[in-house]
Write a protein that binds this ligand. Structure first.
Ligand code: NAD
Length: 465
């Protein structure tokens, strides 16, 4: 049987809660800590504060089996004292200058140091950083833990409990976070000590060997690559992965604009190039571009890191410029057929930054809704889960709870988020409900243009007409 560990997870957001619940499913004893007392109260009463497929069942099962518990900041010291491993999964938002704001990570590191200085341990505590942090943060966290220890010991630096810092960047995708945690493409670990890597390998053994019980997976269960490296390289892998994916989308978006100019269809072009194994078919969907809680902030952070070293990251700068241009293209496509937007009713179909999540951080819908509102349009949005929260963020955005209600009387509709519900829209019914010119701007290129035209709607995609 795989070795079982006592685990603390600090931060119960998309990453922390999913990590905690999955580790509990593997048989570890997990306590999740959050400074947000309301969030902890919700979790303790059996409610899950995020929308993520499969998470409710997993949390309920973990709690029922007594392997998953929750506590607020006042319980953190107890968790740290008894834990073998503590994961740090707090938010690292974008600062005004584009760099990552590490204040939450720093607060956790200092408080870990304080508890460690008051604790006798037989084995070193593993401090595992899952938050996305700039290169060099592993050393920075070590320094802050030590500072916390020194402060607590009144500056005395005698015999102290031991700890080891590990970087374990997270690659889960919101919308399939549970699935991605159980079936990752790889697990990346950065550490300076062999001992730390051995413990992490044992902790993740059921995932690496794909030996845990599950009814989730349709894939053949093959061993998951376990990549071990130094701290700085592990931290860099995370930024490089997200920067690459964002650039891949901006690349196909650049091609899509050129396709429009020359009369080519970008979906056929993407299919044609994607068959080349060096390119790969995934992440080649042209449209309104990337958003969300990770790509914008991680690309901003790596650009900011480069500039710290006087290096101009021109490729990454261009990826951002193309992305901004895609959003503006929504407005120009609407203007092309509606001419003025004043007084026009425009339906936004989908508001979350991508399907199967309630996350609205850096969602394109918000920027588009604000731009339309500023131009005098009447903006009506629909999203299966993120509607209420979106209405609070954009004045001038009216949120309804059915896509056909959004379409009633609309002069144009924009496909912003390709929820299954949006993809399977009854186009004929949409045409009956809408007003001339019955324009559909397909921001995700999910509809067949011929089928849309047959339903008597006017179709405008990205990189195809
Ligand atoms: P989140 O905002 O959903 O959750 C963070 C949680 O940490 C919040 O509940 C907050 O209250 C808590 N927190 C903050 N400071 C704390 C403290 N001092 N003590 C206790 N709790 C504290 O964030 P997230 O989306 O889960 O992201 C967490 C980290 O993981 C970020 O660095 C992010 O870049 C990275 N990441 C996120 C994703 C993703 O898809 N969301 C994917 C990979 C990596």
């Amino acid at each position: 049987m795989a070795e079982r560990f006592k685990v603390g997870v600090i931060g119960t957001g998309y990453v922390g809660l999913v990590t905690g619940a999955c580790l509990a499913h593997l048989g570890h004893r997990v306590t999740c800590v959050d400074k947000d007392e309301d969030r902890i109260a919700e979790l303790e009463s059996g409610r899950v504060p995020i929308y993520e497929p499969g998470i409710e069942e997993l949390v309920a099962r973990g709690a029922e089996q007594g392997r998953l518990t929750f506590t607020g900041s006042d319980g953190m010291a107890d968790v740290v004292r008894s834990a073998d491993v503590v994961f740090v999964a707090v938010d690292t938002p974008q600062d005004e200058d584009g760099s990552a704001d590490l204040s939450n990570v720093a607060a956790v590191a200092r408080s870990l140091g304080k508890t460690l200085s008051e604790t006798e341990r037989k084995t070193p505590l593993l401090v595992v950083n899952k938050s996305t942090v700039p290169v060099g943060s592993g050393d920075y966290v070590s320094m802050l833990v030590e500072e916390g220890m020194d402060e607590s010991a009144g500056g005395e630096t005698g015999e102290r409990a031991d700890f080891l810092v590990v970087s374990n960047p997270e690659f889960l995708r919101e919308g399939s976070a549970v699935y991605d945690s159980f079936f990752p493409d790889r697990i990346v670990l950065g550490a300076e000590s062999r001992e730390a890597l051995d413990v992490m390998r044992a902790l993740y053994e059921p995932v690496i060997q794909q030996s845990f019980p599950t009814d989730l997976d349709p894939r053949p269960r093959v061993a998951v690559p376990f990549v071990t490296t130094d701290l700085a390289s592990a931290e860099m892998i995370k930024y490089a992965a997200n920067a690459f994916l964002a650039t891949k989308i901006s690349f196909i978006n650049e091609i899509s604009t050129i396709c429009e100019l020359v009369g080519a269809d970008v979906t056929n072009v993407a299919a044609g190039i994607g068959l080349d194994e060096r390119i790969g078919a995934r992440f080649l969907n042209a449209g309104i571009g990337w958003g969300g809680s990770c790509f914008p902030k991680d690309v901003a952070a790596i650009r900011s890191i480069a500039r710290e070293y006087d290096y101009e990251p021109i490729l990454l700068d261009a990826a951002v410029t193309v992305n901004e241009r895609q959003r503006r293209q929504v407005i120009s496509k609407l203007q092309r057929d509606l001419h003025t937007l004043k007084g026009k009713r425009i339906a936004l179909l989908g508001l979350a930054f991508k399907p199967n999540t309630d996350d609205l951080r850096e969602a394109p819908s918000l920027e588009i809704a604000r731009a339309l509102d500023a131009r005098g349009a009447r903006v009506v949005g629909y999203d299966p889960v993120a509607g209420k929260a979106a209405a609070k963020l954009v004045t001038g955005l009216k949120v309804v709870f059915d896509s056909y209600e959004a379409l009633a009387g609309a002069h144009a509709a924009v496909v912003v988020t390709e929820w299954e519900e949006v993809r399977s829209l009854d186009l004929k019914r949409a045409a009956q409900l809408m007003e001339e010119p019955r324009l559909l701007v397909d921001g995700r290129n999910v509809f067949d243009p011929a089928a849309v035209r047959e339903a008597r709607l006017l179709y405008r995609g990205f990189g195809r007409e």
